[in-house]
Design a protein around this ligand. Structure first.
Ligand SMILES: Nc1ncnc2c1ncn2[C@@H]1O[C@H](COP(=O)(O)OP(=O)(O)OP(=O)(O)O)[C@@H](O)[C@H]1O
Ligand SMILES: [Mg+2]
Length: 265
């Protein structure tokens, strides 16, 4: 059988928590090497979807294939295909940066002889090798994120999932983090799947975006396609038109500007 051109295939996915339909019948495909964004407000279902895709949660219905492997039936093989950076920090802050990497290498059964070299290469890539002996507790938010990215790549995955990788970071750190990720996307053809509520990240970085709200994908395509389809000049306007809401409280000022603009037209 010819391997699919799509490294991620999601069909009719649903997840119900008691009466709450957190993910309500979503389907989409991601091509190998693509940078794919999940854009949605708080509670839209981004993390739930990512958890299902990365085998941490079981769906109520539907199927997910990663690299051709069904995440329910071929869990171990599917798991080898991806690395993940979680929304909530998941490092052991009482260990050093190096120990965090080493522990992960053990979990993924990376041969002992290769560990040091792999860890060094990745820590150098995110400019943390010099800081390897520091306790993670003393790291800044940006350093922790960089370490998580390096850790997620240790077993040489083909897909990197990032759940709001730059949340709460300052603009300069956000830009650095994206530089590392985009270099990997270009040099290793690593497929990137990330969720965000930053519209500028989607506009600058994503090849394709799915706008998600209340567990449903309400539009999907390139930023250009979405703007054309919704007859808007910006992605933000399209987002507001589609969802009737702003991304988050902190972007309230932007919303006021957009509303003013819409009123004038
Ligand atoms: N373990 C759980 N048990 C019950 N309900 C849950 C659970 N996890 C998520 N939910 C609910 O599912 C919905 C989607 O949540 P999810 O965390 O996927 O949203 P999100 O898009 O990641 O939001 P955020 O931007 O705040 O991270 C929400 O209504 C949430 O309360
Ligand atoms: Mg989330």
């Amino acid at each position: 059988m010819k391997k699919s051109d799509y490294i991620i295939e999601v069909k009719n996915l649903r997840k119900k928590f008691k009466e709450n339909m957190a993910v309500a019948d979503i389907s989409f495909k991601v091509k190998t090497g693509e940078v794919f964004a999940f854009l949605g407000p708080n509670g839209a279902g981004k993390s739930t979807t990512i958890k299902i895709l990365t085998t941490l949660l079981k769906p109520t219905e539907g199927s997910v294939h990663l690299n051709g492997f069904n995440v329910l039936k071929d869990k171990a093989k599917a798991r080898k295909s991806f690395g993940i950076v979680f929304q909530d920090q998941s490092l052991d802050i009482d260990l050093t940066a190096y120990e965090n990497m080493y522990f992960h290498a053990t979990l993924y059964k990376i041969p002992k002889a290769d560990r040091l070299e792999k860890i060094k290469k990745l820590m150098e890539m995110v400019d943390l090798w010099e800081k390897r002996k520091q306790i993670v507790k003393k790291f800044s938010g940006g350093m922790k994120r960089r370490l998580e990215i390096a850790r997620g790549l240790l077993h040489h995955p083909e897909i990197l999932f990032l759940d709001e990788p730059t949340l709460g970071l300052d603009p300069q750190t956000r830009q650095h983090i994206w530089q590392y990720i985009m270099n990997l996307n270009k040099s290793e053809a690593l497929t990137i799947f990330f969720s965000t509520h930053y519209l500028d990240e989607v506009e600058k970085i994503a090849d394709k975006v799915a706008i998600i709200d209340q567990g449903k994908i309400i539009d999907i395509g390139t930023v250009k396609e979405i703007k054309e389809r919704n007859q808007t000049l910006t992605l933000e306007e399209a987002f507001i038109k589609l969802t009737g809401k702003n991304m988050r409280q902190e972007e309230g000022d932007n919303l006021a500007v957009v509303k003013q603009y819409l009123r004038k037209r």
